[in-house]
Design a protein around this ligand. Structure first.
Ligand code: NAP
Ligand code: F7E
Length: 362
């Protein structure tokens, strides 16, 4: 039985990857952070499984990283832990750099110093944000990087330090350059989930309006459940290499919102432009979507479009397993069901919806 260690197991990807690896027969260990409130909703169903174990570790604390690596002595490490929100990285750039850049170094050094350098394979959660202010469309493994946020700059260090350890010490460590991937478990402040949740609440009369930032931003959105398979495939490959993981299709935030609202029975018509653009309910004339410059970023990445040719050819991975339309439907259906059982007394969630709507939380 192989042993895997997943950092960031409480996150969207970590929870799907844990399920995937348990199904493959792995003994799965995940790291969690101490928090005064336990938000482990994505992994609650796995707790108590005989092949699922949790350990406290923080990527900002080398001793905790070293301890968990030494205790678990994994065959594979999936380093998914990160401060993963691009907008938040402008507000907390130092924390983001510590976790997303130096955190990667802490994992690599822990593996090396624990004497696992020759046996343990390491997957690093890299990102399409490295292409940032893009120099080529679509982007592949040879496209030059141009990071365009503190998050992307930190992740760039992670990418290069993984490459360095591969070349300097011959370690099997690789980066998956993953384009945006979403799901019904996506954090509620990322644009797709913010939209599907708001569409569901508006359709059920529990929210009046949705405020968004740049509606014209383009993303290559895939389904997170499909993408965790690729993380595993990258570590099963005969050579340690980096791979772009994407669907090969691009859509705007506006298109995503149009489709999400259509799925909940509302036809949106867009009027105006820039900060004055509005999404209007064709049936009633009500303004349901407005632009709030609060959600504009100091520098925004607006043209991400991945070329998954290498992953398709060498990993035999199907980038179109879940289509864009299916993804939006999975997310809106899940949020329609979730919102239907929300009661006024659920204060945390209710407040979050209100804060999201007013733009207090982005
Ligand atoms: P996510 O839902 O935000 O999960 C991030 C995970 O990292 C959470 O488990 C979080 O723990 C943990 N974490 C944060 N800071 C930590 C620290 N200092 N020490 C230990 N753990 C920490 O992110 P995701 O969408 O699953 O993404 C997984 C990884 O892929 C991230 O590295 C992200 O940057 C990268 N990525 C994501 C995408 C995407 O579209 N989803 C695309 C490319 C790359 P808490 O629950 O305690 O906060
Ligand atoms: O923004 C625009 C925003 O926050 C997407 C992370 O998983 O994927 C994710 O980063 C786009 C941007 O994701 C709102 O300006 C408009 O252009 O959903 P997002 P992201 O920044 O692409 C990459 C690959 C990662 O690696 C990251 O970890 O949508 N946008 N209006 C908005 N974005 C947000 N969040 N909220 C809005 O209201």
């Amino acid at each position: 039985m192989k042993t895997a260690l997943i950092t960031g197991v409480t996150g969207q990807d970590g929870s799907y990857l844990a399920e995937f690896l348990i199904d493959k027969g792995y003994d799965v260990h995940g790291t969690i952070r101490r928090s005064s409130v336990d938000f482990r909703e994505r992994i609650t169903h796995l707790e108590g499984h005989r092949n699922f174990h949790l350990h406290y570790a923080d990527l900002g604390d080398s001793m905790s990283v070293m301890q968990v690596v030494n205790k678990v002595r994994p065959d594979e490490i999936y380093n998914l832990a990160a401060q993963s929100h691009v907008q938040v990285s402008f507000d907390s750039p130092e924390f983001t750099a510590d976790v997303d850049a130096i955190g990667v170094l802490r994992i690599l050094e822990a593996v090396r110093l624990c004497g696992l350098g020759e046996t343990c394979r390491i997957y690093q959660a890299s990102t399409s944000e490295l292409y940032g202010k893009v120099e080529e469309v679509p982007q592949n493994e040879n496209t030059p990087f141009h990071p365009y946020s503190p998050y992307a700059v930190a992740k760039l260090y992670g990418f290069w330090i993984v490459k360095e350890y591969r070349e300097a010490y011959g370690m099997f460590c690789c980066s998956g350059i993953l384009f945006n991937h979403e799901s019904e478990r996506r954090g509620e402040t990322f644009v797709t989930r913010k939209i599907t949740l708001a569409a569901a609440r508006i359709a059920q009369g529990k929210q009046d309006k949705l405020y968004l930032g740049n509606l014209s931003s383009m993303r290559d959105w895939g389904y997170a459940k499909d993408y965790v398979e690729c993380m595993w495939l990258i570590l099963q490959h005969e050579r340690p290499e980096d791979f772009v993981i994407a669907t090969g299709e691009q859509h705007s935030v506006r298109e995503f919102a149009t489709l999400a609202f259509r799925n909940v029975g509302i036809d949106i018509e867009w009027q105006g432009s820039g900060a004055d653009e509005k999404g209007i309910d064709k049936a009633t004339g009500s303004v349901l979507v407005e632009v709030s410059p609060d959600f504009y970023r100091p520098t925004d990445v607006v043209n991400l479009w991945g070329d998954p040719t290498k992953a398709r050819a060498e990993l035999h991975w199907n980038p179109q397993k879940t289509t864009f339309e299916q993804l939006v439907k999975i997310m809106t259906d899940a949020d329609m069901a979730k919102v239907a059982v929300e009661r006024a007394g659920e204060s945390v969630r209710t407040n979050l919806a209100e804060y999201l709507e007013k733009g207090i939380v982005k």
